[in-house]
Design a protein around this ligand. Structure first.
Ligand SMILES: Nc1ncnc2c1ncn2[C@@H]1O[C@H](COP(=O)(O)OP(=O)(O)O)[C@@H](O)[C@H]1O
Ligand SMILES: [Mg+2]
Length: 227
């Protein structure tokens, strides 16, 4: 099967407090076509796990396999390419480059890959339109509301048609109406080849996922949502 993520005995310790395993020997299989929510108290390792999955951070031990590709954590260049082509990432805030307009923020990650500026711009405009943001393409991030920033961030994360979408508390800074809208958009991105993984403190949104992962002290429990 394609477009899966397999993590095996994944472990992360930070140099500062070596005795604490932030991620403690986790083995898990993320299936294509499924949505996964991650819950757990602050400091339980949600962001650490997402940063490992996004190949930004290196595990202390264990392995990550994405679609038959065993990730070599030392091959930073290759991992940067895998991330650019396969993984869309959305954080709680500060997703966008402040000196670039909404349109530029969205098309730049595609231009890096396609090298065809006009095509990248057209694609970006289409995505921005789908998210109801066409009237804001020339705005800079500080001229957008929190919800608008997140919609542009989603367009940016989608521009290279990623197989994997990772969202770390994407609505953590939004009011409930905007949070609902962002999660509606996020769940609409589900397709049979794609894995969507998001961390949230909101039980209602977490329960909408196909599988719910609970983190505690570096360990995980999981259950099919809703519970
Ligand atoms: N760069 C770092 N250096 C040292 N400790 C860190 C670092 N990043 C995170 N931690 C620690 O790892 C634990 C998990 O953090 P994190 O993954 O951000 O949790 P969550 O996202 O669930 O709130 C926390 O105890 C945090 O203090
Ligand atoms: Mg976090």
């Amino acid at each position: 099967m394609n477009n899966y993520i397999k993590i095996k005995n994944l472990t992360k310790k930070y140099e500062k407090n070596k005795s604490i395993k932030v991620i403690n020997d986790i083995t898990f299989y993320f299936e294509p076509g499924k949505t996964y929510s991650i819950m757990g108290p602050s400091g339980s390792g949600k962001s650490t796990l997402l940063n490992l999955l996004s190949l930004i951070d290196n595990p202390t031990a264990g392995s990550i396999e994405i679609s038959n590709n065993k990730i070599n954590i030392n091959n930073k260049l290759k991992n940067d390419l895998i991330r650019a082509r396969k993984i869309g990432i959305i954080y709680q805030d500060k997703n966008l480059l402040s000196d670039f307009t909404a349109l530029e923020n969205v098309y730049l990650p595609n231009l890096l890959i396609s090298k065809e500026k006009q095509k990248s711009i057209e694609l970006a405009k289409k995505l921005i339109k789908n998210l109801g943001m066409s009237h804001r393409i020339k705005h800079f991030p500080n001229e957008l509301s929190g919800g608008e920033n997140q919609r542009i961030a989603i367009a940016r994360a989608l521009i290279n048609n990623p197989d994997i979408i990772l969202a770390d508390e994407p609505t953590g800074s939004l009011d409930s109406d905007n949070a609902k809208l962002i999660f509606k958009i996020l769940f609409n991105l589900k397709n049979k080849n794609r894995i969507i993984i998001f961390a949230t403190h909101n039980r209602y949104f977490a329960n909408m996922a196909d599988c719910k992962i609970i983190m505690n002290n570096g360990n995980i429990n999981f259950t099919n949502a809703p519970i």
